[in-house]
Design a protein around this ligand. Structure first.
Ligand code: ADP
Ligand code: ZN
Length: 752
């Protein structure tokens, strides 16, 4: 049909890998640019896609089969060229559909606009550019108060809306309405009960706190900090990478901020990625105080409209610095000059659904393409980053001392085989830990007690048949939660009441093991005068966790019990004691990175102790006092741990010495899943001899959400053959039974 002379290659948001070519009709000539959204026919639907490239040759195309574009939606690209090319490379790297990758980088509002316009009939063939809806009118912000409701009083929508606000922090009413059918009625009731307050805001996106923060004066840098800033500053303008290895509290954040200042002096923008959990008001306050309103903050609790506005302000160059968690990797920072990944070892940089990208790895790629400098910072660098240093791809910068001149805390290993329970009778509250807590409280100081298990009891055991109660949908033991008397599965979040008797044999059930909820209760009983708080996913998500940390900072708590959430980056000056209840929990996970992760956890949590004037003390309880992760953490000897672990990985042939990909296969029927995994393994074996194909084998969690899970591991020295195998597998997927789900996980982080 087409006599067009120009064609657009378009990425369409469907889970298909390829790009699609459309003809640019004469009515749209000259208006189609890469990075802009267009409306195109896709089957019988019209979909919005993003123009990846415009070309004027029809080579390889059958003109009779090329359809014309329906409309152009943007006069200006919504995705700048730099970002667009990066996304294409990311899609190639992860063998991910370009359409899904594009979705990562476009805020939902941008995607929704099209549907809205279509519904309103505003799009006529050949028309464009269309209007984008402005979000600037006054809006209502809802926020949960500290009041506690009478148990059982709230039901349905009201309970759901309240839970959302508590978990996610202040939220715009429009967003609540979008999430919960009858949010407005629910809010009226909640406001009446004084559980929620409403506040009128004019103009979104100005950040949630309107008050202008006074700019602070940067401190005099220590020599090591200065050397680091100078090295980074001198590299600006080139695509160089650094690993900033600084002990906890060594002033890495200060180095980041100075480096950003240098980058800004050159007129370029900066991107700062931090783990979601580190996005505390404290950290953001530091950035705001230094850079004022040049900073845009992106986090998952941000309402969609605010996020969209932030995106626009970054794209327009009004904001020059983006700070955010994993997904901020895609922030459209103008003229990117510096990319910082703080706590680069953190597992939360890996997305574990949809496009399984690693924000640290991709930060290196994006910076490289943009001729920007990358700084990866950590007190416990990942082995991947250490390997990059050894291969000369990253330059190591070290901050060997704490910036406040505080000494590193003293760490003692408590061998649980030798020490029995203290006065509480609780096996995991040993006598030394009990005494240490006592002393800390007497001195009017604070303690953190870390336990990697939430809930009350991690297992419910039948005395009659010896069977542990497990989830009906997953091959996982249920955890008892006392607060609501439920047993829950931590893998699918299903819950039910605790049965009175064993459903199988009517035997007596006992609650086994120790979770944070039980630990909190045990500590409150053992130290009646102490104010004990808890921080884990059950009591706090998002903004609420920041509130608990804030209470600790203000001295309203004496002991804070918690999971991983207590280990990250918080600067709590009055904490002098850290107790690790059970170091072995993290070390015994069936994963080649268990030791590395356990070590990181121990060092990070120990780093919370005695960061300022008062000296700190750390007790690590373990049944494996000789484990290298425990021994090296106790000696603050990060290099020794890395050395040993690198040697081990090399011997067994794991990353960073080999490249891995996991093929995860699941189906409701076990036989179907096993067979599909077998067929995929066979395809992999046929494709490339340089790739070792291991499995199929049942996944460590063999059943999850009612689906049986198998996996095939691919291992190779180089990326190219591995990629060839993954492409072959992707092509083979349509041949599989339709209930089979397959996930290709390149550079997997979780092996479960
Ligand atoms: P990290 O990010 O390495 O954990 P921070 O940057 O949070 O460390 O610094 C730890 C503490 O030391 C903070 O209270 C910070 O204000 C302080 N600090 C950092 N650099 C300096 C400096 N050069 N002089 C004085 N205090 C500093
Ligand atoms: Zn389950």
């Amino acid at each position: 049909m087409s006599d067009a002379t120009a064609f657009a290659e378009v990425g369409v948001p469907v889970p298909l890998g390829q790009r699609f070519t459309y003809a640019i009709p004469a009515s749209l000539a000259g208006r189609v640019v890469a990075g802009a959204r267009v409306l195109c026919e896709f089957g019988r639907r019209k979909l919005a896609g993003v123009v990846l490239a415009v070309r004027d040759d029809a080579a390889g195309l059958d003109p009779a089969r090329v359809k014309p574009l329906v409309a152009v939606l943007d006069a200006e690209p919504v995705l700048p060229g730099e970002l667009l090319q990066f996304l294409e490379e990311l899609a190639r790297y992860y063998v991910a559909p370009i359409g899904e990758v594009l979705r990562l980088a476009l805020p939902a509002v941008e995607r929704e606009v099209v549907r809205e316009l279509e519904a309103q009939g505003e799009l006529l063939p050949g028309e464009g550019p269309a209007r984008t809806r402005q979000v600037g009118r006054p809006v209502l912000l809802a926020q949960a108060t500290d009041r506690v409701e009478e148990p059982g009083r709230l039901r349905g929508q009201a309970a759901a809306v309240l839970a959302w606000l508590r978990g996610n922090g202040p939220t715009f009413v429009s967003e609540l309405s979008a999430r919960h059918g009858n949010a407005r009625a629910a809010l009226r009731k909640l406001v009446e009960l004084e559980l929620v307050t409403l506040e009128r805001r004019s103009g979104v996106g100005r950040g949630t706190d309107a008050e202008e923060l006074a700019r602070d004066a940067p401190p005099e840098l220590l020599p090591a900090q200065r050397a680091a800033v100078d090295a980074i500053g001198a590299a600006l303008g080139r695509s160089e990478g650094f690993l900033l290895f600084g002990v906890t509290g060594s002033g890495k954040t200060e180095v980041y901020m100075h480096a950003i200042a240098r980058c800004r002096e050159q007129g370029r923008g900066a991107l700062v990625l931090v783990p979601e959990i580190a996005l505390t008001p404290q950290l953001l306050g530091r950035f705001r105080a230094r850079f004022g309103d040049e900073v845009g903050v992106l986090h998952s609790a941000l309402p969609e409209a605010a996020r969209h506005r932030m995106w626009q302000r970054l794209r327009s160059g009004e904001l020059r610095i983006a700070v955010g968690a994993r997904s901020a990797l895609f922030a459209p920072v103008r003229d990117l000059g510096l990319v910082i990944v703080d706590e680069e070892h953190d597992g939360s940089f890996k997305q574990e659904e949809g496009v399984r990208y690693h924000a640290r790895d991709m930060a290196l790629l994006r910076a490289h393409r943009a001729s920007a400098v990358t700084v990866l910072g950590s007190a416990t660098p990942s082995l991947e980053s250490v390997a990059l240093v050894r291969r000369g791809k990253l330059t190591e910068l070290t901050l060997p001392e704490r910036a406040t001149r505080a000494a590193m805390p003293s760490v003692e290993i408590i061998d649980l085989r030798r020490f029995g329970p203290g006065p509480s009778g609780e096996r995991l509250l040993s006598l030394p830990l009990h005494r240490a807590l006592e002393k800390c409280l007497e001195a009017g100081e604070q303690a953190i007690v870390f336990l990697n298990r939430r809930g009350f009891a991690p297992a419910v055991l039948c005395q009659g048949c010896g069977v542990v109660q497990s989830c009906k949908l997953c091959s996982v033991a249920l955890t008892y939660h006392r607060r609501d008397g439920s047993v829950r599965c931590h893998y699918c979040d299903s819950l039910g009441p605790l049965p009175e008797r064993c459903p199988a044999c009517s035997g007596v059930l006992t609650l086994e093991g120790l979770g944070t909820e039980r630990l909190e209760a045990a500590l409150a009983e053992a130290f009646p005068a102490a104010r004990v708080g808890r921080l884990d996913r059950d009591v706090a998500a998002g903004a609420k966790s920041a509130r608990i940390i804030e209470r600790m900072r203000r001295g309203e708590l004496d002991i804070l019990v918690g999971t991983q959430m207590v280990t990250k980056g918080h600067d709590l000056p009055r904490v002098t004691l850290v107790g690790v209840v059970n170091a072995d929990a993290a070390l015994s996970i069936p994963d080649f990175r268990a030791s590395e992760r356990g070590f990181q956890l121990l060092v990070q949590v120990a780093g919370r102790a005695g960061r300022h004037e008062r000296s700190g003390r750390v007790l690590i309880q373990t049944y494996n006092p000789d484990h290298p992760a425990v021994v090296c953490a106790a000696r603050h000897d990060v290099p020794a741990f890395l050395e040993g672990e690198l040697r081990e990985r090399q011997e067994v042939g794991y990353p960073p010495f080999r490249r891995l990909a996991l093929v995860r296969v699941s189906a409701v029927d076990e036989g179907v899943a096993r067979q599909a995994a077998g067929r995929l393994a066979a395809v992999a074996r046929k494709t490339a001899s340089e790739v070792e194909v291991i499995g199929p084998a049942p996944a460590p969690i063999a059943r999850q959400r009612n689906r049986f899970r198998f996996r095939v591991m691919l291992r190779a020295r180089d990326r190219a053959p591995l990629r060839a195998v993954l492409l072959a597998l992707a092509r083979f997927l349509p041949e599989l039974h339709r209930d089979v789900r397959v996930v290709l996980d390149v550079d997997p982080v979780s092996m479960l």
